[in-house]
Design a protein around this ligand. Structure first.
Ligand SMILES: Nc1ccn([C@@H]2O[C@H](COP(=O)(O)OP(=O)(O)OP(=O)(O)O)[C@@H](O)[C@H]2O)c(=O)n1
Ligand SMILES: [Ca+2]
Length: 498
């Protein structure tokens, strides 16, 4: 047979085939480009939520944001913005309740700017008040109701979805702080351990963790089911043991004993928790104006507050505010409150962080921390002021007391030891969100943490679309190849017959 006769024309040289191949290649390029652009996170729609933390010393406004389609995934909500309300906490407005609502205006206006206008009507706003308002309610319920009415009235005047202003319980404050730190650390969907939460405010302090031992008191136990896991938490909030109230308790006790020993006028309160050379005149009612102490009637209205700068004596005086004698359970922290042994790692935030960070004590051993603190407390007041000219003297004067209080609370109160001191991480933020109860509170109220783990698809939506398209193209190309192959062999066969 003639060689020329069997020679078959290559089907790839035909214009139709070239055209088809080009169309397929262009199609693939377009598809890949579309799926890349489609999946760009920039194009995600965000939702927002606002929580006001009305603490005893001040109010902060937190704005959170999260991608609309990923509400129930862990770690998706982040803090977009915070605003510190000028002035003191809302409980300080008991004599002028209108002022409480008015104080929020600046930060709420800022929230209007930060959140896109079309999202305003669906953005929930919550206000939670903590220990300062708990104390005011104990002292004067009518005044605390008026303050809450005032802030509620103010918040309702904004275009957001008002969801309530209330005093949260100490248990909620502890539990939501724990949820926040574990949500932000992405611990909740992993089998790894969780992070305990230590919160020190101005008027109360909270400890929350998953214990190894049985919880003997009903009041201290909280159960959560989150993402299909059960958590059995120990939590306790000590009202009056925030750092400002603890200072009052401690000074009140010292004043009482000074008066018993010496009734001279004027009174001199010689205080080992303040620096040598510190000497300020204070008023007696300013120490006793709290429901945390029995009021003491003193003939004198003022006293001299004189610093001694002695760390170990300071710790002795602080120990007196913890009652460790009576414990109706197998073990207690203090004041007859049940507490299992601390277990696992802890995040210590708010004033635990502010104070320890200011003194550069966030990463030392317990022994070194004590040494450094002893040296700091004995530094003359004049030198301290010289070294920190930009810090308000009221705050500056209290760091020796505050740090000594923190060490005493953690060691004598909660029973941390030099062995597990390293398990305490002094933190302000995790990622770009503050550690605190507000995020956990919002996640709970918006049902953003489901009890059961949501069924997750095999691959993300964008990946699925891309995969399906490329796979379809592959099949198409294969079909074309098979078609041409058969056409070619049929022709060859025909030629063979000829
Ligand atoms: N940069 C800062 C901020 C606050 N503080 C002090 O830390 C204490 C606690 O602050 P915070 O945690 O904000 O307490 P509140 O939330 O106001 O109080 P509570 O939680 O008890 O209601 C207060 O004495 C405050 O003056 C501080 O020393 N340095
Ligand atoms: Ca607080």
């Amino acid at each position: 047979m003639d060689e020329q006769g069997v020679k078959v024309k290559n089907p790839w040289h035909r214009p139709v085939v070239i055209f088809l191949a080009a169309v397929i290649i262009v199609g693939i390029i377009i598809m890949v480009a579309i799926s890349v652009v489609q999946n760009k996170p920039l194009h995600q729609k965000y939702k927002y939520g606002i929580v006001l933390d009305a603490g005893s010393s001040h109010t902060s406004v937190f704005i959170y944001e999260w991608p609309a389609e990923k509400e129930n995934n862990t770690g998706m909500v982040r803090q977009k913005h915070t605003c510190n309300v000028q002035g003191k906490g809302i409980s300080s407005y008991s004599a002028n309740p209108q002022g409480a609502g008015a104080s929020l205006q600046e930060c709420m206006e800022e929230a209007k700017q930060k959140i896109p206008a079309h999202r305003h009507p669906e953005t929930p706003v919550y206000l939670g008040a903590t220990a300062g308002m708990r104390l005011l309610r104990m002292e004067n319920e009518e005044a605390s109701d008026k303050v809450l009415d005032s802030v509620a009235h103010s918040l309702k005047s904004y275009p957001f979805s008002y969801q309530g202003a209330r005093i949260i319980s100490g248990q909620e404050e502890g539990a939501f702080g724990w949820i926040t730190v574990n949500y932000l650390s992405k611990n909740l969907r992993k089998p790894t351990g969780t992070l305990g939460a230590l919160d020190l405010g101005g008027a109360s302090t909270q400890i929350t963790f998953v214990p190894q031992q049985n919880i003997e008191s009903y009041d201290n136990s909280i159960d959560f089911r989150l993402y299909g896991n059960d958590y059995h938490l120990y939590t306790h909030s000590f009202l009056c043991y925030g750092k400002d109230q603890a200072l009052k308790l401690s000074m009140g006790k010292k004043l009482e004993s000074t008066l018993k020993a010496d009734e001279t006028d004027p009174i001199e309160l010689r205080d080992p928790c303040f620096h040598p050379g510190y000497n300020f005149t204070r008023t007696v009612p300013n120490v006793f104006n709290t429901p945390c102490m029995k009021e003491m009637k003193l003939a004198n209205e003022t006293f001299f507050h004189v610093g001694l700068g002695n760390w170990s004596q300071c710790q002795q005086s602080i120990r007196k505010v913890f009652n460790t004698i009576n414990c109706p359970y197998s073990r207690c922290s203090f004041n007859g409150v049940f507490q299992p042994s601390v277990y696992g790692d802890f995040g210590a935030f708010s004033a635990f962080f502010f104070v320890m960070d200011f003194l550069n004590l966030t990463s030392d051993t317990l022994a070194t921390t004590k040494q450094k603190l002893a040296a700091y407390c004995s530094t003359p007041w004049k030198k301290i002021v010289e070294n920190h000219p930009n810090i308000k003297e009221k705050y500056l004067s209290e760091y020796c007391f505050s740090a000594t209080y923190i060490l005493t609370l953690l060691e004598d109160g909660y029973k941390f030891t030099s062995n597990n001191w390293k398990d305490i991480r002094f933190i302000k933020k995790i990622g770009d969100s503050d550690a605190g109860w507000t995020l956990g509170y919002m996640l709970n109220l918006t049902n953003m943490i489901p009890a059961e783990a949501p069924d997750t698809p095999l691959m993300p939506y964008g990946g699925y679309v891309t995969f399906m398209f490329l796979f379809s193209l592959l099949i198409l190309v294969l079909l074309l190849l098979v078609y041409f192959y058969f056409r070619r062999s049929t022709r060859t066969g025909q030629k063979d017959i000829i």
